[in-house]
Design a protein around this ligand. Structure first.
Ligand code: SF4
Ligand code: SF4
Ligand code: FES
Length: 230
């Protein structure tokens, strides 16, 4: 390797073993460059699916950091440990038998009441969600607010991973959004006919066409689509 090529490389450590990888790579691309075949712990590679939660430590910094491997850029001397998954309590429930209030939270996610307001979850969130605030909304029984604040959650689990009270914020957030969707939001007049059309497979041909379309064209179609407001 020439000197100029070496300048463009950084040394990272994956589970203790050192690898030279191109500077500017994300953890995912750096691991692949190092020869790892990632069959789990990665999905969309765009920061949307939440599959690639990773722990790392930067050179000279004792703090353990957490982030999405597909979005976090490597740095020289970085130590990386991928975590296969975040175990998370997920009770089974029948949404039609619940009420959109604090009783559902007490029954299904009593752990949220252990929140000590440390805000660690908010700092860990790669989506910049005010995680502690939605947990606090759940504690107050403000289901609509919790649903609104947690809306952009991608279920990466990093908030739960760092929580000293072992709360599974993101699953409780899903419950809030489900309760809001079922009981608190105004019904859209378009919803039922659209679901019926989907069940009748009206859009299958169009979807097949989209599946064969390249990504750039899909992005263009998405951003130029007509949006019906109100
Ligand atoms: S709220 Fe938690 S699970 Fe959702 S994106 Fe943020 S850190 Fe990930
Ligand atoms: S990390 Fe846990 S205890 Fe701390 S604010 Fe978030 S939910 Fe509460
Ligand atoms: S692979 Fe989907 S968020 Fe990283």
């Amino acid at each position: 390797m020439s000197e100029s090529e070496k300048d463009k490389m950084v040394k990272i450590y994956i589970l203790g073993e050192g690898f030279d990888v191109p500077a500017g790579s994300t953890i995912v691309t750096a691991m692949e460059y190092a020869g790892f075949q990632l069959t789990t712990g990665v999905g969309c590679r765009e920061g949307f699916c939440g599959a690639c939660a990773t722990l790392y430590r930067e050179k000279g910094d004792y703090k353990l950091q957490a982030g999405l491997a597909c979005q976090t850029v490597v740095s020289d001397g970085m130590y990386i440990a991928q975590i296969p998954f975040v175990p998370a309590e997920k009770p089974i429930y029948d949404i039609t038998k619940l009420t959109p209030d604090i009783d559902s939270i007490k029954t299904l996610y009593p752990t949220v009441f252990r929140c000590v307001s440390c805000n660690t979850c908010t700092k860990a969130c790669p989506q910049d969600i005010e995680v502690m605030d939605y947990v606090q909304a759940l504690i107050k029984g403000d289901i609509a607010k919790a649903a609104d604040l947690s809306f952009d959650c991608i279920r990466c689990g990093l908030c739960a991973l760092r929580c000293p009270s072992e709360i599974v914020q993101y699953n409780a957030g899903i419950l809030a959004r489900r309760l809001t969707g079922r009981y608190l939001l105004k019904k859209s007049p378009d919803l039922e006919p659209r679901v019926k059309e989907i069940a009748e497979r009206k859009f299958d041909k169009e979807l097949e066409k989209l599946m064969r379309t390249d990504k750039e064209k899909i992005k263009k179609l998405y951003y130029e689509r007509e949006i019906k407001l109100g």
